[in-house]
Design a protein around this ligand. Structure first.
Ligand code: ATP
Length: 248
C-alpha cells in the first residue's frame, strides 16, 4: 500500500447509514470513513441531523438503515468504549446540576462497561492528568454551574479525556464561547491531535470557523453533511509503516 491514508486504520466507518424518528427521515445513505489521526469537521445546517449522527456513532441511537463500525468492529459488537470520549452539545447540560468540577471529571473514569467501584491510585493519576491538560486544576472544588461557558467546556473535555481515548467526538464545542476562548480551545485540540495522536470528530455549523480551520473545500459531501478533514503525521506514517520494503 503506497497511499498515506491506507496505512492508517479506520476508526469510524459510516456505511450507507440512514436514520428516521418514527416517520421523519433525518438522513439517508450517508457513507464516510474516518481514519486514525484524522481531524474531521462535520458540517450541516440546523436540523441536518449532526447530533443524531454523533449519537449513532457512540451507540446512543440505532440506525434504521446501514451500519456504523468502530475500529473495524460493527457497533453492536463493540465493547471498548473507553477508547472513545464524547462531549455532547453544551446546551444539553443543566446548569443547576450540583456536582463539583472534580466529581464531573471523576465520572469519566466509569465507561459504560464498568460498574461503579472505588477509584484506584491509577484512576486518580488519570484524573489529575486530564485536569492538568485542560488547565482546570484550580477549579477542582467549584460547582460546575458557577463556571463560565469556556471553563465548563474544558471540564467536559477533561471528563471525556480521562481514559485517554483514541477518538474524541465533540458536538458543537464552541457554541456560546467568546472568540478568544474559542482560539484557546482550538489550540488545545490541535495539541491533542498533533502531539497525543488523537483522532477527533467535531460537529459545527460555523462555516467561518470551519473554513479557517479546515480550508474552504470539504473532502466529501453525503446527504446534508459536508465532511472536512485535516490529517497529522502523514510523513511519520510513511516512515514507520514502511518496513523491509513493504507497507505493514
Ligand atoms: N427525539 C427526537 N424525536 C423526534 N425528532 C427528533 C428528535 N431529535 C431530533 N429530532 C429531529 O431530527 C432532526 C435532526 O436533529 P439533530 O438535532 O440531529 O440536528 P442538528 O443538525 O444537530 O441540528 P442543530 O444544528 O440545530 O443542533 C430535526 O428535524 C429534529 O427536529
Amino acid at each position: 500500500m503506497s497511499d498515506n491514508r491506507a496505512c492508517h486504520n479506520q476508526v469510524v466507518t459510516l456505511d450507507q447509514l440512514g436514520f428516521k424518528y418514527e416517520d421523519q427521515h433525518v438522513f439517508q445513505d450517508v457513507s464516510f470513513e474516518i481514519y486514525e489521526r484524522d481531524f474531521v469537521g462535520v458540517i450541516g445546517s440546523n436540523g441536518a441531523g449532526k447530533t443524531t449522527l454523533m449519537r449513532l456513532m457512540v451507540g446512543l441511537l440505532k440506525p434504521t438503515a446501514g451500519e456504523v463500525r468502530l475500529f473495524n468492529t460493527p457497533i453492536q459488537q463493540f465493547k471498548a468504549w473507553e477508547r472513545i470520549g464524547y462531549v455532547p452539545q453544551k446546551n444539553n447540560f443543566n446548569p443547576l446540576f450540583p456536582a463539583t468540577v472534580m466529581e464531573v471529571v471523576e465520572s469519566g473514569v466509569y465507561s459504560r462497561s464498568k460498574i461503579f467501584r472505588r477509584l484506584s491510585q491509577a484512576d486518580r493519576t488519570k484524573i489529575q492528568d486530564a485536569m492538568k491538560v485542560m488547565r482546570i486544576e484550580n477549579l477542582a472544588n467549584k460547582r460546575i454551574g458557577q463556571l463560565s461557558g469556556g471553563q465548563q467546556q474544558r471540564v467536559f473535555l477533561a471528563r471525556a479525556m480521562v481514559n485517554k481515548p483514541e477518538l474524541l467526538i465533540l458536538d458543537e464545542p464552541t457554541v456560546g464561547i467568546d472568540a478568544e476562548t474559542q482560539r484557546d480551545f482550538f489550540n488545545l485540540l490541535q495539541h491533542l491531535h498533533e502531539h497525543h495522536n488523537m483522532t477527533i470528530i467535531m460537529v459545527s455549523h460555523d462555516m467561518e470557523m470551519v473554513n479557517a480551520w479546515f480550508g474552504s473545500e470539504p473532502v466529501h459531501r453525503s446527504g446534508k453533511f459536508s465532511f472536512y478533514r485535516k490529517h497529522s503525521h502523514e510523513q511519520v506514517c510513511q516512515e514507520e509503516d514502511f518496513v523491509h520494503g513493504v507497507f505493514v
